[in-house]
Design a protein around this ligand. Structure first.
Ligand code: GRF
Length: 214
């Protein structure tokens, strides 16, 4: 079996992006393996997806901590113990503190359901529809202290249809998130295996300029 980069995945909910990564990791030549899945929500469906795949899970319920910093410190300790080299945020609905993010430079990946820098933050599909954009999509990026503003690894675009609702647009984007995450993680993990700088933004070394679907 080829060498693999150890990855931890952080989730809060359904975990369909997690499932896409689990499925990608099954491929023998895929350069990453998921060693731990952490959820801040005890009932996240993603936890059962991980258990079914035989992956170690941890619940770190943020409501049990007095502050964001305390929660993040615990998270950091668990992640260090897991020996992961990459941390994938997959529908993880907590903002990570600056201290946490700076502890893990060029290590944390996030999938965001818009074409950043448009529509950072929440309610992306509602805002995209309100703005009347004709193209939307998703962005895989490294996480830095500034919300949804880290170096972009890759993007995928989808058309916005006249009769779209936030739900129908979200569903169309989600299908692309799954493909983009699996491809982007493969790229980053391969770069680490080859000892290359993973700061794609600085290298101007974009994976897929854009995956157009229409
Ligand atoms: C995805 O659209 C993700 O980009 C966003 O929340 C959704 C979570 O989906 N942050 P899932 O939990 O991976 O199914």
């Amino acid at each position: 079996m080829s060498k693999k980069i150890k990855v931890a995945v952080l989730i809060s909910g359904n975990g369909t992006n997690l499932q896409a990564l689990i499925d990608a990791c099954i491929e023998p030549n895929y350069p990453a393996e998921i060693v731990l899945v952490i959820s801040n929500k005890p009932n996240a469906k993603g936890i059962s997806r991980a258990r079914e795949a035989g992956i170690k899970t941890r619940i770190v319920d943020h409501t049990n901590y007095r502050s964001r910093e305390e929660f993040d410190t615990e998270l950091s300790m668990i992640l260090s113990n897991s020996k992961c080299k990459l941390i994938c945020l997959a529908g993880f609905m907590r903002i990570l503190s600056e201290n946490f993010v700076n502890t893990w430079p060029n290590t944390i990946l996030n999938i965001h359901p818009s074409l950043l820098p448009s529509f950072p933050g929440t309610k992306t599909h509602e805002r995209a529809l309100e703005a009347g954009v004709k193209v939307s999509g998703c962005t895989l990026h490294f996480v830095t202290a500034k919300l949804d503003a880290g170096p972009i690894i890759g993007q995928a675009a989808v058309p916005v249809l006249d009769n779209d609702t936030p739900k129908t647009l979200a569903n169309r984007v989600l299908i692309e998130e799954h493909k983009l995450y699996a491809l982007g993680l493969e790229l980053v993990a391969n770069k680490i295996l080859k000892n290359k700088n993973v700061n794609l933004h600085r290298e101007q070394d974009t994976v897929f300029k854009s995956l157009l679907n229409f």
